[in-house]
Design a binder for this molecule. Structure first.
Ligand SMILES: *Cc1c(COP(=O)(O)O)cnc(C)c1O
Ligand SMILES: [Zn+2]
Length: 402
């Protein structure tokens, strides 16, 4: 397989870097993005080739940064279903409502995509020990891929992270530390220790390749919709790689001439208890200050400060989209509705997109016939600690009633 990966470019100052070194941020302190020889891809690759390959994210090889297939660390990530939601759609008044169900990924969240590519690339460039601060699912995915690659994993996360997340890391052999704080505190601790111990930091957007893995959600959507992108995408937002990654995918596809200039409006969904992007978007700001006292049951969205905030805000504005905050109660209600109507057990982060759609409808910012995609970013099975039921327990001599 031929690689078309060309170089890295700084998303802020435009400085370029050769692709053959293990790098974190630009010297100016902002994220680096991967660039490809798109003109050559355009000449040499047909978009029909992807459907002939196995349904994992690696089918988009020509738009990924790994140079040699033997360095791919895979657990079968990507290739998730795009499902119609006919019952939910009818109930809410939408004729083309879909979910991209990322809960089907390895480690049961879409974090598998980013970390499959980041760990593969780190291995290719010679890293031995990978460190990650995480709100939960990213650490689970990193631990799994590091184990698969034979690399060491160092994980730091909040002490009140969903219980499954610390357990899944430990089961993959990672060294787990919990911190009395948030993901940003975990990030600071790793930053202070990493040089001393030779750890490679795979924080969101602090290395250039997780976003390339997340980008494949956009590539898959294009393929799922026969290369005509939907009208509206609702995405639960934390660090923002999903949002920024999909938009990058659409830019590349348009440059390749594989899609038209029709783009979806991108909607960032956050929790009312941690909504820095919503606040910055509403105020017309270019970046989002630290959110004090971040709190929500949707652990994946509990990110009080994101290094890619300016990129997210740019995507929302360029796309004509918006940003919406929903309460934890609204998420739980939407989660239950989704299960009852369609049989899908979604994560609270995924449920937040449904709650946000209801707000958009109330504001008159979405039309009934539009093609709408909700992103369920993880399986609800990772969040059973949030749910409680009291079931009747029957004695053996009791009879069932209807
Ligand atoms: C990390 C995470 C998010 C936020 O994703 P970003 O791309 O970092 O904004 C949303 N949902 C879940 C379940 C997550 O784990
Ligand atoms: Zn720079």
């Amino acid at each position: 397989m031929k690689s078309y990966f060309s170089h890295l470019v700084c998303s802020k100052c435009g400085q370029e870097y050769a692709p053959d070194r293990l790098l974190n941020l630009c010297t100016c302190g902002f994220p680096l993005l991967a660039c490809y020889h798109l003109d050559r891809v355009r000449q040499e690759v047909e978009k029909t080739v992807f459907q002939t390959r196995p349904a994992t994210l690696w089918r988009y090889w020509e738009l990924l940064p790994v140079l040699h297939p033997e360095n791919c660390v895979s657990l079968g990530e990507g290739g998730t279903p795009l499902l119609e939601l006919p019952r939910l759609g009818r109930k809410l008044g939408f004729s083309h409502l879909y979910v991209k169900d990322e809960g089907n990924n390895p480690t049961a969240s879409f974090k598998a995509r980013g970390l499959a590519v980041a760990v593969s690339k780190a291995k290719e460039l010679g890293a031995k020990k990978l460190a990650i601060p995480s709100a939960g699912n990213a650490a689970g995915a990193m631990s799994a891929y590091a184990a698969r690659a034979g690399l060491e994993a160092i994980v730091v996360m909040p002490e009140d992270v969903p219980p499954i997340n610390s357990i899944e890391c430990a089961m993959a052999g990672a060294r787990v530390s919990l911190v009395k704080g948030l993901i940003t505190d975990a990030g600071r601790m790793i930053q202070q220790a990493r040089e001393r111990y030779g750890w490679f930091d795979v924080s969101t957007l602090k290395e250039p390749y997780r976003i390339e893995g997340k980008k494949t959600m956009g590539l898959e959507l294009a393929e799922d919709f026969q290369w005509e992108l939907p009208d509206l995408i609702l995405y639960p937002t934390g660090g923002g790689t999903g949002l920024i990654g999909m938009w990058k995918a659409f830019d590349e596809l348009e440059h390749l001439g594989w899609i038209s200039s029709h783009r979806p409006r991108m909607v960032s969904v956050q929790a009312t208890g941690c909504a820095p992007i919503v606040k910055a978007f509403t105020e017309g700001a270019d970046s989002a200050p630290y959110w004090e006292g971040a709190q929500t049951i949707a652990a994946g969205m509990r990110v009080p400060k994101a290094i890619g905030d300016f990129l997210m805000l740019k995507v929302l504005r360029e796309s004509g989209g918006t940003a919406i905050a929903v309460s934890d109660e609204a998420m739980l209600e939407a989660q239950r509705l989704w299960g009852k109507e369609e049989g899908l057990f979604v994560a609270p982060e995924g449920a937040a997109t449904l709650a946000a759609l209801l707000q958009l409808k109330e504001r008159g910012e979405v039309q009934p016939e539009e093609r709408i995609v909700l992103f369920n970013t993880a399986s609800g099975l990772k969040y059973t600690h949030l749910l409680h039921f009291d079931f009747p327990v029957l004695g053996l001599d009791q009879q069932l009633t209807e």
